[in-house]
Design a protein around this ligand. Structure first.
Ligand SMILES: *Cc1c(COP(=O)(O)O)cnc(C)c1O
Length: 220
């Protein structure tokens, strides 16, 4: 299994590899689990819950798709990290559902760094409003541990690099302003199959890789 080399290589560099298993069947995921993979990422709630129920319980489950508020309750009992917090509203709901489940859920704030219109994400202004609000101060069941972003789907490596650089910059600035005493704020989730090397050069701590590990998909 060639991707095992990648797993080991990234482990040595202290970078977390999230194996993005969306659309892939249980049996295939189990093969990777048996080879040593423990962190898997999914982007659809129903599929995520189904796989959680059927697969070994020591898997670390990451959610990385756009999350609708009314679906947070299904993943709140077990999700380990939500990469895709792209609104205030969803964060409030995650806090509420985490409380119900007597948990603290780790989250990343997703920033819009790419050019595509459709990409969900926060901007600095919304984030500042959030962090400076009383409501946020009272959200005791979520922990923001970093940021996430997706670069534009393009062949222009320079553009991709600039976008990752921007995310790193956003991370640094948030850390200085709001998280100076919180060592848990340390993750930069950036890099996918096509651009993870650039992401790592620009300071990624977590890469989300699907097709390079599992082969091509029919849908996203
Ligand atoms: C699908 C997906 C990935 C993985 O994409 P690949 O190009 O297959 O590596 C990473 N991040 C998110 C948010 C995704 O939806």
């Amino acid at each position: 299994m060639k991707s095992l080399e990648l797993l080991n290589e990234l482990q040595e560099a202290n970078i977390k590899l999230v194996a993005v298993s969306k659309t892939k069947p249980i049996d295939l995921i189990l093969e990777y689990y048996n080879a040593g993979f423990r962190v898997f990422g999914e982007n659809r709630v129903q599929e995520f819950v189904d796989k959680y129920e059927k697969l070994p319980k020591d898997i670390e489950w990451h959610f990385l798709g756009h999350l609708q508020t009314n679906k947070v309750k299904y993943i709140a009992p077990f999700v380990n990290l939500i990469h895709s917090v792209d609104s205030w509203k969803v964060l409030k709901e995650i806090n509420k559902q985490a409380k119900k489940n007597e948990r603290i859920i780790d989250c990343l704030l997703q920033f819009k760094i790419g050019r595509e219109e459709s990409k969900y994400g926060l901007d600095m202004e919304k984030t500042k409003t959030l962090f400076e609000s009383d409501v946020f101060q009272q959200m005791n069941h979520i922990r923001i541990i970093g940021v996430m972003g997706m670069a534009t789907f393009t062949n222009d490596k320079n553009q991709i690099r600039q976008e990752f650089r921007r995310l790193k910059h956003i991370f640094t600035s948030l850390r200085q302003t709001y998280f100076q005493n919180e060592h848990s704020f340390k993750e930069i989730s950036m890099g996918m199959s096509g651009d993870y090397q650039i992401a790592i050069e620009e300071g990624s701590t977590m890469v989300r890789i699907g097709s390079l590990i599992f082969g091509p998909r029919n849908r996203n």
